[in-house]
Design a protein. Sequence first.
Length: 226
Amino acid sequence: MATLASNLAAVQQRIANAAKRAGRKPEDITLIAVTKTVDAATVQALIELGVTDIGENRLQDAVARFKDVAGIKKVRRHFIGHLQSNKVKGVLEHFSCIHSLDSFQLAQEINKRAAAVDCFIEINSGETQKEGIAPRELPKLLEMLGKLPRVRPIGLMTMAPASKNPGDSRPHFIKLAGLAKQMRDDGLAARNFDQLSMGMSGDFEVAIECGATHVRVGTALFEDIA
């Protein structure tokens, strides 16, 4: 617990420092603790330390972990992995936000099964092996999502190409923020379409400087934890 608390405090301080550099408030940035590599006891400890948002990318593994976490319903659960239509029902049962909406067909399945759910639209950063739609496809998808009242698009998500230099992510994050603004300015998205899920352990500070509202951090939180 001591190591976890220290790691969490360090990440929170880095978030605060990055926010200050960008002229932003740290409280406007949501830390999503990505718990896919740790056990239920560690997730429980995170919640006891005050973490309010956790992220998972595999439904089956998440469900197995969640059943042993007493406080799991107290936190906002984000599904951050690729979502297949046949997993939508299960994801909606266990998660409160989806970060990987990448097709109208998937949105239709979500709309059919959800009461209402917040969704980030995933934008591909230019790597063919990764999921997400091309930026040019976003206007059409937003138009079609207007027909699905139970799907609430709140912003965009992306994964920058892997690099040892955090600064390499900056152009991708700037582009994502600009794309969301363009959609709002063009009247293709609501004014509250302003959430940006971008940045992981290696580059979350750069993401915050570029406007991230949600950062997905795992490795930096669980360093030196067996």
